[in-house]
Design a protein around this ligand. Structure first.
Ligand SMILES: O=C(O)CCC(=O)C(=O)O
Ligand SMILES: [Fe+2]
Length: 251
């Protein structure tokens, strides 16, 4: 993985924080994932698009539980060296995000499919791998360097965000965007033309898996069947709570 762009979290948010994983902000990386595996994931994603993807929340159309329908995604999640390299870049050991409904996703963006509105991510860390970009106009990842709450309040009040604090990253095939986008105000710029298909693979801290921003109502907005609840509670019981109690005792 060759770093093409990076900005740490302190710089991105303009403040330091204690509740974070390493000091990862956002990076663009040239990856060396196998092209035939990515091509197969893209091919299957396009076949599944009409049947399995939906735009339910935040103007983001995606296939949830993606590795269940496309097992090759699971192969990429566990690709030899991947977690180790990303951990090194983040500055803390990472692990794949465990909840099946949102550990991985495939998103579809374009003038009709939509582009995601201003938000902060639920999972702490994400890797976005562009599978395909076609005649895209607009559609860059747009991050605002500022406090999450204040920024979303300004957006909701219809205020224009100052251009000099925007960070833009253009997705390209062959590279990925790796970021800790929890509590970082970001969106995808509206797309006036073309399409982008992107594989999302989420991650979290191995030692502090309780650092997470996916409250149950937020997960339920995309997954209203509540079929994920048992898996979620098991993780709280067996991973999040024990590590949290350890962390608290060590303070
Ligand atoms: O692909 C992008 O430009 C952003 C996607 C995003 O923010 C998300 O899926 O949460
Ligand atoms: Fe996001």
């Amino acid at each position: 993985m060759r770093v093409e762009f990076e900005m740490d979290r302190t710089t991105l948010l303009g403040k330091d924080e204690s509740w974070k994983v390493g000091n990862l902000g956002v990076m663009q990386l040239a990856h060396d994932y196998p092209l035939d595996l990515l091509a197969e994931i893209k091919r299957k994603a396009h076949i599944l698009k009409e049947e399995q993807s939906a735009n339910m929340h935040l103007n983001l159309r995606f296939i949830r539980d993606a590795q269940k329908y496309i097992p090759e995604i699971g192969e990429l999640v566990h690709w030899p060296g991947r977690i180790e390299q990303l951990s090194e870049l983040a500055g803390e050991p990472l692990e794949p995000y465990p909840f099946s409904v949102i550990n991985t996703a495939v998103t579809f963006m374009g003038p009709d499919d939509g582009t995601v509105d201003w938000h902060g991510d639920g999972p702490p860390i994400t890797e976005l791998v562009a599978l395909e970009t076609e005649d895209v106009e607009g559609g860059r990842l747009e991050l605002f360097q500022g406090d999450y709450e204040a920024t979303i309040a300004a957006v909701n009040a219809g205020e224009e965000l100052p251009e000099d604090r925007m960070v833009h990253i253009e997705h390209k095939v062959g590279s990925c965007v790796f970021g800790q986008l929890m509590s970082v105000p970001h969106r995808t710029e509206p797309m006036t033309n073309g399409s982008r298909t992107t594989l999302t693979m989420n991650l979290r801290s191995q030692r502090r898996p309780f650092i997470d921003n996916n409250p149950m109502y937020y997960l339920a907005a995309d997954n209203p069947d509540f079929a994920w609840v048992e898996e979620y509670i098991d993780d709280v019981r067996n991973r999040q709570l024990p590590t949290y109690l350890e962390y608290r005792a060590a303070k």
